[in-house]
Structures are given as structure tokens and as C-alpha cells.
Design a protein around this ligand. Sequence first.
Ligand SMILES: N[C@@H](CCC(=O)N[C@@H](CS)C(=O)NCC(=O)O)C(=O)O
Length: 221
Amino acid sequence: MIELIQFPWSPFCIVQRRILEYAAVPFKITNIPNQDRSLVWKLTRQRYYGVPILRDGRNVIFEVSDDSQVIAKYLDEELDLGLFPERWCDVQSILWRNIENEIEGATFRLNDIYWKEIIPANERLQFLRFKERKFGRGCLDQWRRGQKALLKQLEEKLLPYEMMLTHLPFILEECPRFVDFDLFGMIENFLYSGHYQLPKSHREIRRWHACMKTAKRSDFA
Ligand SMILES: N[C@@H](CCC(=O)N[C@@H](CS)C(=O)NCC(=O)O)C(=O)O
């Protein structure tokens, strides 16, 4: 059985989890503490410490660069999901960069503002240290102070997706492709704290999001 090694609020883990749910195959979730990557390190034979990773029998699958989609492409091939059709190859690779950089840049900060409600007490020191080493001292307080501006930014960055979804049920076509799952992962991370809602003005995104929450491959046979 496929095993997804993750932690629940990670945007990138949510992408792969939703793909597995969409495929409706049995799979196992192993949650690791955000600050203890020893299982990932061991399974990847000291080659990776990020999440998510997948274990499928003897195969251990992990990303090889910031913009690779090794895990999603593995699931797509193994489970025959049609998430990466040839005709959308270039368009999807441009879109997933936008989703994982521009959109994620706003969504993870907005969720991190509520880090004390999400991160268990015994992991907070390491979480804070990791964030401040990466984004500078006081970054979490700074994001909290800039929350309104970040929300505005997110609304603006989502506008092109709202436009695309005005014409079609999913971002590219009549059925979900990889970029739908990718955007869904970022948005679920944004919603994870329970403090936010999708912008009221983005009606098509709200409709699409409700579909993406439960969509199954069999719906599109
Ligand atoms: N492009 C990668 C990004 C994965 C990623 O950034 N994961 C974060 C958690 S959301 C992580 O583990 N970062 C390394 C760290 O926290 O040390 C993917 O799609 O899986």
C-alpha cells in the first residue's frame, strides 16, 4: 500500500494527499513532527529531509528540485490519473511555478500567523528558529502586522485563476489536472487555521474549491 509521509498542514503534502483521495486507492498516512525529519532522512538514504515523500513497496519517491513534480508524476503514472496530459505540459509547468511561489508566498505566511495554534508546544522553539533563520528575526510578528495587506495580495494573485474558472469547471478543462490539485493544496494550507475564508469576490474559485474537496476520478469517467 502507498504510504504518504507528511504533516497535515503542509501545502505540498495536501496536494499529494488529495491526489491519492481522488484516485480512491487505499493509502496510509504517516504524520511526522515538523521538526523531526529523521524518518524521511532514513528512508531517502540521507538524500532528502523535506515533506512529502512516498513509500510504495521498495520505492521511495521524493522531489529532486524546487520545481520538480516527481511525486505527482509517479502517482499519475502508477494510478493512471491523466493529470499531466502532453498538450498542457508547458502551460502546467508555468502555472505550478506561479502557484508554488506567488500564491504559496501569501498562503503560508497567512497560515503561519497562527503558528501558536498549530504547532505543538514542544516544537515551537524549533519552528520559530527555523522561520527566523530563513525569513529574518521577527518575521512571524511582521506577517501578523501585515495580515490585511497579505490578504489583499492573495486576492489579487488569485484573480487570474478566478478568470480561468469563469470559463471552465476546472483550471484548464472539464476535469481536474495537476494544477488544480496544486492550487488546492496552497488554498487548504491558507484555510487550515480556521481563521480565513476564500475571498467573497472570487465566486468561481469558491465553487471550484468545493468541487476539488471531494472530486473523485470516477466522477470524470
Ligand atoms: N517542491 C517541494 C516542496 C516541499 C516543501 O517545501 N516542503 C516543506 C514543508 S511544507 C519542507 O519540508 N521544507 C523543508 C524543511 O522544512 O526543512 C514539493 O512539492 O514537495
